[in-house]
Design a protein around this ligand. Sequence first.
Ligand code: ZN
Ligand code: ZN
Length: 327
Amino acid sequence: MTIYYNPMKCTGCAQEFAFPPLARSYTDLPEAGGRSTIHFSEMLLLPAWCHDCNSASWIERIPSRREFDTAASLRRRANRSGSLGIEDDLLDIEEDDFRWLYHKLSNRKTPPRCLVCASTRFTPIDPNQWQTPIVHDACWDSPIEFQGFPIGSGWHSGRSHVYRFHNAEGDFAWAELWTLNSRMAALYAMLHARRQDPDHATLAAAIDLIINRAIDKALAVLTPLAAAHSAAALGLLGALHYLGQGVQHSGNEAVILLEKAKVLGDACAAHNLASVYATGAPGVAKDIARARQLFAEARAMGGQYERDDFYAQDDFTVANGAFYHPI
Ligand SMILES: [Zn+2]
Ligand SMILES: [Zn+2]
């Protein structure tokens, strides 16, 4: 995937506004998983200026039925005659993804929103022009220019990164949080607060804090909830111990918390517990047979977070590139 983090730049004060990372997909919600198949689809994005973020951002591109139909016929012709020389993401995406987008997005009720803050107050940016209609309020309305595509990738530079999944209505569904520790570990866990959870709003805010690297604040929110036996809060704390983010990196602590959450019915915790055994973690040995059993239990609980073929792998760490090597 090509990642753009091309900045926009104020012509007055030279402040730059980077685009947020593009690591996003659509997903069917895991509630539907386990029995049927799950599909992940690429999300088509347009660059925009968000007036609530006051920064460069991305909005979903929701093609009209007509755009879809045109693209469908062009795709059929391109299959026969090769490239048509027309640039459009709708022509480039995989057939499965095209079909998914066609069916799900043509029924969309909600308008496209800023993918950072969910605002509908945005101005699209034409990537073929330096000039934009955007001005910088903070310095006497100096024009903000678009500096151009692309500068390169980088969503997995640094010690951690996040991949976000959205449902077909564009709502944030869950995040995949990765932690990277050079040669010792590349681990990830799912962070998911289900909408039916009575503490959904608080849990969603805590997940937001975690993925925005404010883990201390997230812990202040999660700790009292966990003490009150919130399954999701226990599960999120367990996930942080598995990854070693903001808390002790401890497989043992992770297993204790994730087990508790699983017993209380948290399917996401059941999935993350399986992942602990799939990779191993500090103090916990890799145990593929146990991981397999736990992944099956998680799916039965409605906790499917991977493509169907992932669950049939002999070695899960090969399937997803996650690993843990004790020093
Ligand atoms: Zn400025
Ligand atoms: Zn925004």
